[in-house]
Design a protein around this ligand. Structure first.
Ligand code: URA
Ligand code: URA
Length: 199
């Protein structure tokens, strides 16, 4: 990362940390900015919003959904999550883990856009309906979009199921959505391998 990007990144972090643009600033314990390499970032994973453990620790995807995400990446495709940048569409926890509202998504959008601009990833992965619909400005649901490569301002974007959704399934449904997610993470790995060959 060159010096200008480093200072721009640090400035962005301090702006996010001072944010009081929506009500979530009153109930949050920590803002969860994101985690991962900022230099030569190939891929960014975008979740919905921090949950309880994320709010307490200030780190993204460290609770049950995060543990499953880590396993999906590693056991499904040999991807170490530390090699990707992981963040959320909304940086503060909605109390009770409610879905973020449009107001909250709008308030946080400049931060997400700035992160994307500075990281310049080649691949975006959106987890579940919230970030997928938000970035793609679509009303089509995740069940139709998952596993199908999309474009976001010229970048490749892969929608996948949210790991919390997988955790809510059981029996045959669980098997089915896990298989789909396994397929999707392998498609992600293939795209990452393709990129690595080019560089
Ligand atoms: N769910 C999310 O969408 N993001 C997190 O960071 C944790 C759980
Ligand atoms: N709804 C979501 O928000 N995410 C999923 O992955 C599935 C259903």
């Amino acid at each position: 990362m060159n010096i200008n990007i480093t200072s721009a990144w640090n400035l962005l972090k301090s702006q996010i940390e001072a944010c009081r643009k929506c009500d979530l600033c009153r109930t949050r314990n920590n803002i969860v900015i994101g985690d991962g390499p900022v230099e030569h970032c190939k891929c960014i994973i975008i979740g919905e919003a921090p949950g309880e453990e994320e709010d307490l620790s200030g780190k993204p995807f460290v609770g049950p959904a995060g543990k499953l995400l880590t396993k999906i990446l590693m056991n499904g495709a040999g991807i170490d999550r530390k090699t990707l940048y992981i963040t959320n569409a909304v940086k503060c926890r909605p109390p009770g883990n409610d879905n973020p509202t449009n107001k909250q998504l709008i308030a946080c959008n400049d931060f997400l856009e700035a992160q994307l601009l500075l990281l310049q990833p080649s691949i975006i992965v959106t987890l579940g309906n919230v970030p997928t619909k938000w970035l793609l400005k679509t009303s089509t649901g995740i069940s139709s979009l998952r596993g199908k490569w999309q474009k976001w301002r010229g970048l490749d974007l892969l929608p996948m199921f949210h790991p919390s959704y997988l955790l809510r399934q059981s029996g045959e449904a669980e098997k089915r959505v896990k298989q789909m997610t396994w397929d999707d993470v392998k498609a992600l790995k293939a795209k990452l391998d393709e990129l690595n060959k080019l560089n």
